[in-house]
Structures are given as C-alpha cells and as structure tokens.
Write a protein that binds this ligand. Sequence first.
Ligand SMILES: [Mg+2]
Length: 360
Amino acid sequence: MNEMNSNRKIIHIDMDAFYASVEQMDNPELRGKPIAVGGSENRGVVSAASYEARKFGVRSAISGVLAKKYCPELIFVSPRFDRYKEISAKIHKIFRDYTDLVEPLSLDEAYLDVTQNKKGNPSASLLAEEIRTRIFNELGLTASAGISINKFVAKIASDYNKPNGQKTVNPDEVIAFLEELPICKFYGVGKVTTEKMYQLGIFSGLELKSKSQEFLEKHFGKSGSFYYNVVRGIHNSEVKSDRITKSVAAEHTFDVNLSSEIFMAEQLEKIANTLERRLKKHRVSGKTVTLKIKYSDFSQQTRSKTLPYFISDKGLIFETVKELLYQERMKDSVRLLGISMSNLNTEVKKAVVVQLKFAF
Ligand SMILES: [Mg+2]
C-alpha cells in the first residue's frame, strides 16, 4: 500500500531571479534597477525580471510591451545563456560537495537528496543553510531552499521565504502543511486546473483530501491519483541524479620521471591511500582496479583487474595494483601513475534500506 515515507531528506534549491541577478552582478550599473532579461519594449517575451521590476508586476512570460507599460523605467537586457550555464555548473559543483543525488529542474533549480550526505550531517536544514551561504560567498548570488520529506513538499516550501530564505516542513508538519495549502500553490496545478478545482469546491488541500481517488480520477485523469497521493504526503519519486559516480580515481604526476619499479610501488602506495580516502568520502567500494601509466613520451597505458568482491581498503587496493605493476615491464620511464576503482557498489548500496534517526 502507498504510505507516506518520512525517511528521506530532500532539499529543493531555487536561485533568486537567477538570470536577472547574474546580469546585475556582472553589470554593476544594473544593480538596484528594474531589469528584464529577454524581450524588448516593442516585442518578445520577458524570460526573467529583477526583484525591482517585479514590484511593478513585471514577471517572466509576459510580453515586453506589457512589461514596459507596467514599468516605464524598465531596462531590457539580452540573455547570455552561456554565462548562466557556467554559473549553474559552479552551483552544481557546490551541491556535489554534499551529495551526488542532484536532479536539476532547470539551470537555477535542483533537488538534492541529502538523506545520506558527504558531510555526515543529519540536519537537512543546516545543510541547506550552508549550501546557500556558500553559493552567496563563492558566487555572489542568493538562493532559496525548501526542505522536507519529498520533492513535492520541498519544491513548494522553497517559495515560502523567497528571496534569500528557506523553509523546512518537518515530517510531523507535512500533513497540516498540505491541508492548509491553497490549491493554486500545489505544484502541478496550473491556472486551468485551479479554475476546475474551484468549480468542484476545492480551494485548499483539506478539500482536496475530502475527495475520493475515483472522483479525482474522473475529473483529472491520471493526475487525479497524483493529487490524491501528494495531499497525503505520498510522493516517492526519487531524486534522479544526472550523473551517477561510475568510478573514483587518484593519480600523481612526478617532478622527475620514474624508471625504477620499486619507486613506482612506493608512489602507488601513497596513491592507494588517497584513493581509499575518496572511496570512503563517496561511501563506495569497487571490484575493478585500474592502473594508469603515462610514460615520459606522453603515451598512456592501462592495466585492470576485476576481483570477485568489492574493496575500498588501501591495503587491498595496493596489493592488486602491485600485481598490475609487475605484470609486464615498463616500456619507458614514467611521468604519471594513477589508480581508479570502477564497477562500484552504487546499485547494491541503493538496495540497502538504512533506518536513520530523523533529525531535520
Ligand atoms: Mg529561480
């Protein structure tokens, strides 16, 4: 049976007026002014508005003509998507210091599953705060966050204390939060659906909850069962990471090329130590050990061995890589050595159900 799962900790991060904020950051003369990214005063559509412009009713998706009418002082700026992508990549780099389970919704929004995180911090609220502080300190931009047990509630919550704020909906608050929620605030309920809900006498979560699944399906099709579940706190959609760690590696380039295998072994032992640390950080182990050799003429060679079991211990890594080292003679002196671990237990790990103490 479908039940509310309170064991997950999900953060939804949403950058504040992202495109407009980037333009204001890069062009100091635009700061504090009402600006619209995209469109112009006689054509096109606004894709983002600064908070100064929003006060006048300028927002994304309205026409440039209308925007100029609302706010005669409005400054139109051409979008620079390469720049937004560049900053988005930096934001994602910060996210991945916390978790690899990051699902982007757009350049400026993402879900993070921090149930298990790289900081070992059980408080998703504190993590969200830390992430927002880092985004501000390192990139000069503000972000808002919603924190809860699933993506649906986290997404709605990130809007509550915007801009530059965050809201946590604790597991024991989820049901009341959804019951009190105006129906137009439900994620996935747009203008048309809102109207239809109103006509059916549904104005808030509480009224939505009073309707049977059959009733909702009859009026909203497949979405009906979605509404039926989310208002009960049931939304088990996983945070779908755009990049799953496939391998973890460590390598070292030498100041002086090495020609003695004894020295190489010494270096590999150090690299194995580093690799062990990284594997621990990612909480993974692997079956396949690969030795990478770059010779002084820059040619490259790899040698691999797959074990019948998962390892992450530096001693075992070193034993395996030593075997690979002595497997055949080096064809030249060596300028770089690396060890990577692949065939990771990421999938296995997912199947293990971990019951964590739930501190939000
Ligand atoms: Mg945003």
